[in-house]
Design a protein around this ligand. Structure first.
Ligand code: ADP
Ligand code: MG
Ligand code: ZN
Length: 424
């Protein structure tokens, strides 16, 4: 890669208008600009995108960014364009584009004006695209949401497994930067193996989100819980929040109830047609709705910095999920209130959802659920438990930002804990 003369700080100001780097951003960017393979493990909201966006804008040629979701790509491209004021600086190439649109993207790429091209893994499975990319000056490849490579991640995508092979077809010497918010060792080693990142610079950030407040509330009768949620939202009037539920029907029901209580709310789930989904996602991003009531189909990579609360109407299926889903709150570093409603009945519902899976899948699932249950029933600092899950030690005696630290309670007797036992 050609030598970059501009100072990194100047480039940061010029391209993004920010005055300082967050966390490890600067060293990561230096690693990429030096042409090294780079592996970035940074929690949600940590600022991973900038780690490849800035070097892409500073380097000759165009960077290819592999991104798993089409909705996510449009959002990202819009953001980059917003910073730069030149529309052709960033493009995406995926199955949603018309022939004319594809032609325009290709023209911009050939002219050298485009610095970032977002692609779906499927885009790279098409030989004509690979042949086209071979002719371009590609600066580096960024693999965003790299945990999609691993079955141990929370969002496995088989096409991600073939990425390395396809990248090698373009050019085996291209630097690769992989980014993920998943810190579990199994996922990390899958990523290193699959993308052959054996000599990469690896940057692991702390997973502590000190601005998030974690709280568990007992879930009682339905109307009582809904009253509690309505009260909570009224206390956060005018703020944006996400409510996660286990199934599609509940998203609709709950959204209706909230609307009946003078709260602007919409439902979001994978059963809606793509147009409605895109519409509702935009409503949330542009603050035409306060609350989005969603299944976990909503949220990956959504860049809304000022989500002020995330409520789990049902207990999540793993602590990893809980961390990712609550991670969408307070991405701007300001307040983020995370409430999870917990009942034994919901634990059984989760177990029931696994009924058709194989024994080994159910065992894996049960282990994850039991860890979540232990978290919910624990009297220990929530933050300590979550960070411990990611292999990180949290030393503060009192974090001041969770229910257990603010209102210490007596240790719950372990014999009361529900533990899922599987029948073979
Ligand atoms: P991630 O992909 O790690 O979840 P994002 O890249 O979406 O996080 O960034 C999260 C938020 O942080 C965004 O709103 C982004 O604009 C902001 N951000 C990133 N880097 C900086 C910085 N150096 N200064 C201020 N804000 C930043
Ligand atoms: Mg991201
Ligand atoms: Zn605490």
């Amino acid at each position: 890669m050609a030598v970059v003369k501009e100072s990194l700080m100047d480039a940061l100001r010029e391209h993004f208008g920010f005055d300082s780097f967050k966390g490890n951003q600067e060293v990561i960017i230096k690693s990429i600009l030096a042409g090294k393979d780079t592996f970035v493990i940074m929690p949600t909201g940590g600022g991973k995108s900038l780690c490849y966006q800035l070097p892409a804008l500073m380097s000759p040629g165009c960077a290819l960014i592999v991104s798993p979701l089409i909705a996510l790509m449009k959002n990202q491209v819009d953001l980059v364009r917003g910073y730069s004021s030149k529309d052709n600086v960033a493009h995406f190439l995926n199955s949603t584009l018309s022939k004319a649109q594809i032609k325009k993207v290709r023209t911009d790429l050939l002219s050298g004006k485009t610095k970032l091209l977002y692609v779906a893994p499927e885009t790279l499975t098409k030989q004509e695209n690979l042949d086209f990319f071979k002719e371009l000056n590609i600066s580096f490849i960024a693999v965003d949401e790299a945990h999609c490579i691993s079955e141990w991640g929370h969002d496995f995508r088989p096409e991600y497994r073939r990425l390395k092979e396809m990248i090698d077809q373009i050019n085996g010497n291209l630097p690769i930067i992989a980014l993920t918010a998943t810190a579990t060792p199994k996922v990390q080693s899958d990523i290193v193996k699959n993308l052959a990142l054996n000599n990469a610079n690896i940057f692991i950030s702390s997973f502590n989100r000190s601005n998030l407040y974690y709280e568990i509330r007992p879930k009682r009768k339905k109307d009582q819980t809904i009253r509690d949620i309505v009260k909570f939202i009224h206390q956060h009037k005018g703020k944006s929040g996400i409510i996660y539920t286990l199934n599609r029907k509940t998203t609709e029901e709950l959204a209706d109830m909230l609307v009946a209580n003078n709260i602007k709310a919409v439902a979001y789930h994978a059963g809606l047609d793509p147009t409605t989904r895109a519409q509702r996602q935009d409503m949330f991003l542009h603050e035409d709705t306060e609350v989005i009531v969603a299944t976990i189909a909503f949220g990956m990579g959504i860049d809304k910095p000022d989500v002020r609360f995330v409520i789990h109407y049902n207990i999540p299926k793993s602590l990893e999920n809980y961390y990712q889903e609550t991670g969408r709150a307070g991405r701007d570093g300001l307040e983020g209130h995370c409430v999870c409603y917990y009942s034994h009945k919901d634990v059984q519902k989760l177990e029931h959802l696994m009924r058709d899976k194989s024994l080994s899948e159910r065992e894996m699932g049960a282990q994850l659920i039991n860890e979540t249950v232990a978290y919910a029933e624990s009297a220990v600092c929530r933050r300590k438990v979550i960070l411990h899950y990611f292999g990180e030690q949290f030393d503060l005696e009192n974090c001041g930002q969770c229910d257990n630290c603010r209102n210490p309670k007596e240790k719950i007797e372990v014999k009361n804990r529900v533990v899922i036992m599987l029948k073979a």
